[in-house]
Ligand binder design. Sequence first.
Ligand SMILES: [Zn+2]
Ligand SMILES: [Zn+2]
Length: 251
Amino acid sequence: MRIYGDYHTHTYFSDGKRSVGENLKAASEKGLNAVAISDHGFNNPSAFSLTRKKAAEQARIIAEERLKYGEMRVLHAVEADIIGTDGEIDMNEDDFASFDFVLFGFHRFARPARAADFFKMYVPAYFSGIFKPSESVIKRNTRAFCKAIEKYPVSVVAHINDMVVTDAGEVARAAADNGVYMEINIKHLGVMRRVIDKALATDVKFLANTDAHTPAEVGDFSALEDFVKEYPELLPRISNAFPDEIKFRKR
Ligand SMILES: [Zn+2]
Ligand SMILES: [Zn+2]
């Protein structure tokens, strides 16, 4: 198994440990043909996430670093947050132009869109490890994810069903219909195992990512080896298991 690009890595612009340059160097040394810097989005506490100002500074650094790597594709992404039951994510219309593509997922410290969303989406998420969310909560979460996919030019659903439980088959269907990738996040394979059959039953395309927070983790897909053996039909549907350039959706 070879994965050619890593489209989800963090730096010290959010909660990653090292610099943009160090992540890119690691990606190049691992022989990747593409890598994305994708720090946490705007509604997280600013000490651990991008602000719009930090994103602009990061864009300048990436533009400069990119020149060192002729062959390797270097992308500037953001890991945005779903923050509301109406599918809101923490991106303004104008923000999308600042990034090559956008991943989105649930993160428990991101400020919710409304107080009601805290109770309807965040609280059940906090307890989802202990209490299975009710059918109505799952339905509401599913609708939120599908709406986000339909409403925004997002490109990747990050670590589906991490804390916020959805009907992942339905989310995968919405993703497939809109040209959005479903992430196989190697840090969340346990959750993925619970929903992979449902996702595979749709036409969704997958993108395998490390969610690296250190340069050593960038491009290290060894944890995925056993997983793809368990699901033989999966590997042919992981788009970055092929050397072709990944095409992200544009508005
Ligand atoms: Zn995440
Ligand atoms: Zn991440």
